[in-house]
Design a protein around this ligand. Structure first.
Ligand code: BGC
Ligand code: ZN
Length: 368
C-alpha cells in the first residue's frame, strides 16, 4: 500500500513509499484494531521533519512514514476488543510508551526518558498511508456527530493537555480563578486553545500579526474571544488596557515570542509553551527585568508536549460543547484539503507556501 514518507536527515525528501498492509495479528493477545485511514492532517512538525530539522526513522528502516493527526474508520477488530467495532470512527494517540513509570500508567506524554516514540514523528511510522493497526488502548472513538471535524482531534488533544496542565499546576494557589488569558498565535493550536479557554469562561485575547479581517480573526470572534492585531497595537499597550494575563498560551512557533510573552504575565500566573521549534534561532531579552518580575510575582513557566488518551477524550468533549456553543465555527479551521496520497508534493507546497492555510489535510480515502 501507498505511504507518504521522508528520509530523515535529508532535506525535502518527501516521497511515496510502498509498504505492506498491516494485519491484526501484529498486535498480541487479540487487542488489535485495523483502521482504514480516511483523512490525515499535517502541521509544522511535518514541515520540520521534511526540512530535516526533526524526526527519526524506525530502527532498521531508512524512511519514516509521516502523519500523526489521524482520522479513520474501524475495519476489523481482534477477538478481545470490546470498546470498538467495525464502522466506528476513530483517531489514535501519537506517542507510545517507553519504560518509565509514567509510560507504564498510560501517561506516556509525560515520559521521563530522553527517548520518546511518536508515530509519524520519532522512531515509529505514522498514519499517512491506507491502513494502520494498533492496540485498542491507543484508539479513541470519534463520535458520529463530530466526523466533520475529523483531523482536529489530535491538535485538540495537545491544546487540552496544555490547558489542563496549567490548571493542575495552579493548584499551588489553593484558589485560582483566572480571568484574563492571552493566546499567542492564531494557527490551529492557538484557535483550539482559544476555544478551550472560552468554554472555561475566560476573557480570551488571541494575538497575531495579520490585519483583520482574516479567517482566524473571524473564527476567534465566532468564539466570542477578541482578536488582537500585533501590527496595530503592541502587547504592552494591550496589557495596559485589559491588564496582564493570568494565563498565557504560546502557540506561535517563534521562540522569541515565547520568551517575550514572559513580560506580560500577571502575578501568580502561568505561561504555557507549546511550540516545537526545531531551528537554532537565538534572541535578546531584558533578562534582569524579567527575572525580578518573575521572582516577585511567583510566576510559573510550563512546557507541554503531546497528549494521552484522557486529553484526547476531553478534547473531543470540548469540541462537542464547542459545536453547541459556537455552531459551525470550528470547521472553518479545516481550510486546505489535498486529494489522495499521490498528491504529497501539493501537501508540502501548501504547508510551506500557503500562509493562509490553517489546516492542510489529505483526503486518503472515501468511506466506502
Ligand atoms: C504533535 C505532538 C508531538 C509533538 C512533538 C506535535 O506536532 O502534535 O503529538 O508530541 O509534535 O514531537
Ligand atoms: Zn502536531
Amino acid at each position: 500500500m501507498k505511504a507518504i514518507a521522508v528520509y530523515p536527515g535529508q532535506p525535502n525528501s518527501v516521497h511515496l513509499e510502498d509498504i505492506p498492509k498491516p494485519t491484526l495479528e501484529q498486535v498480541p493477545d487479540g487487542h488489535g484494531v485495523l483502521v482504514k485511514v480516511l483523512k490525515v492532517g499535517v502541521d509544522a512538525t511535518d514541515k520540520e521533519i521534511n526540512d530535516a530539522l526533526y524526526g527519526n526513522s524506525p530502527p532498521g528502516d531508512d524512511f519514516l512514514v509521516l502523519g500523526h493527526e489521524s482520522f479513520g474508520v474501524v475495519e476489523a477488530v481482534g477477538p478481545k476488543v470490546r470498546r470498538l467495532k467495525p464502522g466506528d470512527y476513530v483517531t489514535a494517540t501519537v506517542r507510545r510508551p517507553g519504560s518509565s513509570i509514567y509510560d507504564q500508567i498510560g501517561t506516556y506524554d509525560m515520559t521521563s526518558e530522553e527517548t520518546y516514540y511518536e508515530r509519524g514523528i520519532n522512531l515509529l511510522h505514522g498514519y499517512l498511508t491506507e491502513y494502520f493497526v494498533d492496540h485498542e488502548d491507543y484508539m479513541v472513538r470519534v463520535p458520529q456527530g463530530l466526523k466533520h471535524l475529523h483531523v482536529l482531534m489530535e491538535p485538540m488533544s495537545c491544546g487540552a493537555k496544555a490547558i489542563q496542565q496549567a490548571f493542575e499546576v495552579q493548584r499551588r494557589m489553593k484558589v485560582w480563578q483566572p480571568k484574563v488569558a492571552y493566546v499567542m498565535g492564531a494557527g490551529q493550536i492557538g484557535l483550539l486553545s482559544t476555544l478551550i479557554l472560552r468554554l472555561r469562561g475566560l476573557e480570551v485575547y488571541t494575538m497575531a500579526r495579520s490585519h483583520p479581517p482574516t479567517l482566524s480573526s473571524e473564527i476567534i470572534e465566532g468564539m466570542e474571544a477578541e482578536y488582537v492585531c500585533l501590527s496595530n497595537t503592541t502587547i504592552e499597550e494591550h496589557a495596559a488596557k485589559v491588564g496582564k494575563a493570568d494565563l498565557i498560551v504560546d502557540a506561535t512557533g517563534s521562540s522569541h515570542v515565547a520568551f517575550d510573552a514572559m513580560k506580560y504575565l500577571g502575578h501568580n500566573g502561568v505561561l504555557v509553551w507549546t511550540s516545537i521549534t526545531g531551528g537554532d534561532r537565538s534572541t535578546e531579552l531584558p533578562s534582569d527585568q524579567i527575572n525580578i518580575e518573575w521572582v516577585l510575582g511567583n510566576k510559573l513557566l510550563l512546557g507541554s508536549v503531546n497528549a494521552n488518551r484522557d486529553h484526547f477524550e476531553s478534547g473531543i468533549r470540548d469540541l462537542a460543547l464547542g459545536e453547541v456553543m459556537y455552531p459551525g465555527v470550528m470547521e472553518k479551521i479545516l481550510t486546505s484539503p489535498v486529494d489522495g496520497l499521490d498528491n504529497y508534493q501539493e501537501m508540502i507546497r501548501l504547508l510551506v507556501e500557503d500562509k493562509s492555510a490553517l489546516k492542510v489535510y489529505v483526503n486518503v480515502a472515501d468511506e466506502n
